[in-house]
Write a protein that binds this ligand. Structure first.
Ligand SMILES: Cc1cc2nc3c(=O)[nH]c(=O)nc-3n(C[C@H](O)[C@H](O)[C@H](O)COP(=O)(O)OP(=O)(O)OC[C@H]3O[C@@H](n4cnc5c(N)ncnc54)[C@H](O)[C@@H]3O)c2cc1C
Length: 302
């Protein structure tokens, strides 16, 4: 895989191809070794060609959103990391109350657009630092809302390169899971159904949500949000605290003093530090409470 070959076969422009790209520049944890190749893909046509090129040459590929739920290995990622931008950053009105959002857009951008247009229903997502694609893939949620509540339909590229569309109710959404979590489909855009709402009320609810986040979450440190899924009984953070693990540190990684469900990078943390800390937390919590904590954060790379 060379830059010239990629340009020639896929049509990706030279300035959108980064060979040996440090992944700590693309993850909210600020952790991760180099990807062999990192490409910004700006249209469906180029996306198809890029995936076709990877498949034909047995090059593994990975679609990244905004990297806010990933722990990338210190050894980096073999193959190609694909980031959607350009056409995938577009938003358009479909009806009075529904909007189509490109998968590469930030949820923040969607929330601001909805607020400016007097559309309520997605305020819960204000402060989730992911993309539309990542939010659907993960069924992101907060403060009583989940992306599944507002997804009308999703267009995606299936594993054979066909553009398909599914209604939200056929996407097998559950807690931090969607049909996409089990496939190599690429989410292209998402139609979201909202409702007319007074702009001031939307503004108030978004502010309130952000204030809650600021109060409870260590937003001044790199992290990937809550590391563990909520167990069936109670909250991961409460169990971790109960087990005396608040503030536990390995290398540059620490169980946050502010929110025990978060692991923060205090500077120079490696993926190895974070993994060891995760394993220690899982082990101690299991021993002391019997609960097996499951990871919400995705491990990527070598
Ligand atoms: C400070 C902080 C607070 C957070 N708070 C919350 C919260 O309240 N609620 C919550 O649910 N999460 C939260 N998160 C986690 C994270 O923001 C969400 O999981 C988010 O949905 C991930 O989106 P992303 O674009 O960053 O995806 P990434 O982390 O880049 O990727 C996650 C997965 O989605 C896949 N993916 C991304 N785009 C596509 C696409 N177009 N097609 C197919 N697959 C795709 C990737 O391949 C990967 O498997 C928080 C994270 C941080 C750092």
């Amino acid at each position: 895989m060379t830059k010239n070959e990629i340009i020639e076969i896929t049509g990706i422009r030279a300035s959108d191809i980064y060979m040996n790209e440090p992944m700590n520049l693309h993850t909210s944890f600020r952790i991760g070794g180099n990807a062999d190749c990192f490409c910004v893909v700006r249209s469906i046509d180029i996306l198809k060609k890029t995936i076709g090129y990877c498949k034909a040459n047995d090059i593994p590929y990975f679609i990244i959103g905004l990297g806010s739920n990933l722990l990338v290995s210190d050894n980096g990622i073999r193959g190609m990391v694909i980031k959607l931008s350009g056409d995938f950053d577009e938003i358009s009105d479909i009806s009075e109350t529904s909007i189509r959002c490109g998968a590469g857009m930030s949820l923040a951008g969607v929330c601001v657009y909805a607020r400016n247009n007097g559309l309520g229903g997605i305020e819960f997502a204000w402060g989730i630092p992911g993309s539309v694609g990542g939010a659907v893939y993960m069924n992101a949620g907060a403060y009583g809302g989940e992306i599944k509540d507002v997804v009308q339909s999703v267009r995606y590229l299936d594993e054979d390169g066909n553009i398909c569309e599914k209604s939200g109710k056929d996407l097998d959404f559950s807690y931090r899971h969607s049909a996409f979590s089990d496939t190599a489909d690429v989410i292209l855009d998402v139609t979201i159904e909202l409702f007319r709402k007074n702009k001031n009320d939307i503004f108030y609810l978004m502010n309130d949500t952000m204030e809650k986040r600021k109060k409870k979450q260590p937003l001044n440190r790199p992290s990937a949000g809550s590391v563990f899924k909520r167990p069936e009984t109670g909250y991961a953070a409460a169990l971790i605290e109960e087990c005396g693990l608040k503030g536990r540190t390995i290398g540059g990684a620490q169980v946050s003093e502010k929110h025990s469900g978060f692991i923060v990078n205090n500077g120079g943390a490696t993926a190895k530090d974070v993994r060891e800390l995760i394993e220690e937390v899982q082990k101690v919590v299991k021993e002391k409470t019997g609960v097996q904590l499951q990871c919400e954060v995705r491990f990527i790379g070598d």
